[in-house]
Design a protein around this ligand. Structure first.
Ligand code: NAD
Length: 256
């Protein structure tokens, strides 16, 4: 498929698990990329590989907690490619598994800033740019923790519920401007980060994994490609009438 041929696609958190794979798959389908993350080094490595494969890639490191980053990323897309067709607001972070009163307050502010305020800043600068060019597509990375309660992840869940609220509202405000805004809500994927988190939980990694899988009707973790595949589908032309959706990719977790 070549669904994104010539399209200008911005991805934040591009050096991480989902972001990196999304960059590869958008590039495979012809996209011209602006990649952002905290670390310039990891981005440059990723960009070098993608360029060897023939992709056009601009790298723009930055912290999504700063509003100036959101503005700079939109400007980078406009200056490199003249437009911003697709924005994937994917940067995010969890906090350690803790009951709510045990979550450090400073860390809670950081988790809200990265996961929620960062998406607000992104939308604030992406929507007007897309409106000026006549349309666009935005995908916000939420989580199944944005749809249902997530024991031991209270502040992360609050932030991701907030992302769903921003997504639905922005979708309604900009539907007549030809801008689609959706959120993706994965449960845990089979990544190093998730296994590291599970290792910190009560009873150790195997027992923790068994507890997590017990809540998932399909009784397994998502693969990174299953999550990223849904990401591309929501951004692609086959989803032209889909907006304001918070799509679970969760093996049935939120259905029961
Ligand atoms: N991994 C999962 O199972 C899972 C499940 C549901 C939702 N999510 C969400 O998917 C998104 C990507 O997760 P992932 O698994 O690829 O995680 P990851 O940790 O591998 O990647 C996240 C990336 O975001 C970047 N980042 C963190 N803080 C940032 C900041 N302030 N400014 C800019 N970049 C920053 C990190 O450097 C990292 O490269 C996140 O929003 C996460 O909450 C992940």
């Amino acid at each position: 498929m070549n669904r994104f041929a010539g399209k200008s696609v911005l991805i934040t958190g591009a050096a991480g698990g989902f972001g990196r794979r999304a960059a590869e798959r958008f590039a495979d389908e012809g996209a011209r990329l602006v990649l952002s993350d905290l670390s310039a080094d990891r981005l440059e490595q990723l960009a070098a590989g993608l360029r060897r494969g023939g992709a056009e890639v601009a790298v723009e490191p930055g912290d999504v907690c700063q509003e100036s980053t959101a503005q700079r990323l939109v400007e980078a897309a406009l200056s490199a490619y003249g437009r911003l067709d697709v924005a994937v607001n994917n940067a995010g972070m969890m906090h350690p598994f803790r009951k709510l009163p045990e979550v450090d307050s400073g860390l809670a502010e950081k988790v809200l800033a990265v996961n929620l305020t960062g998406v607000f800043y992104a939308l604030k600068h992406q929507l007007p740019a897309m409106e000026r060019q006549g349309g666009g597509v935005i995908l916000n990375m939420a989580s199944v923790a944005g749809l249902v309660g997530a024991p031991l992840l209270s502040v992360y869940a609050a932030a991701k519920h907030g992302v769903v609220g921003l997504t639905k509202t922005a979708a309604a405000e900009y539907a007549r401007r030809n801008i689609r805004v959706n959120a993706l809500c994965p449960s845990f994927a089979d990544t190093a980060m998730v296994h590291d988190e599970l290792a910190q939980m009560r009873g150790g990694p195997d027992e923790a994994l068994a507890r997590v899988l017990g809540a998932i009707p399909m009784r397994r973790l998502a693969s990174v490609d299953e999550v990223v595949g849904a990401m591309l589908t929501l951004c692609g032309p086959e989803s032209a009438f889909v907006t304001g959706v918070a799509l679970p990719v969760d093996g049935g977790l939120s259905a029961v």
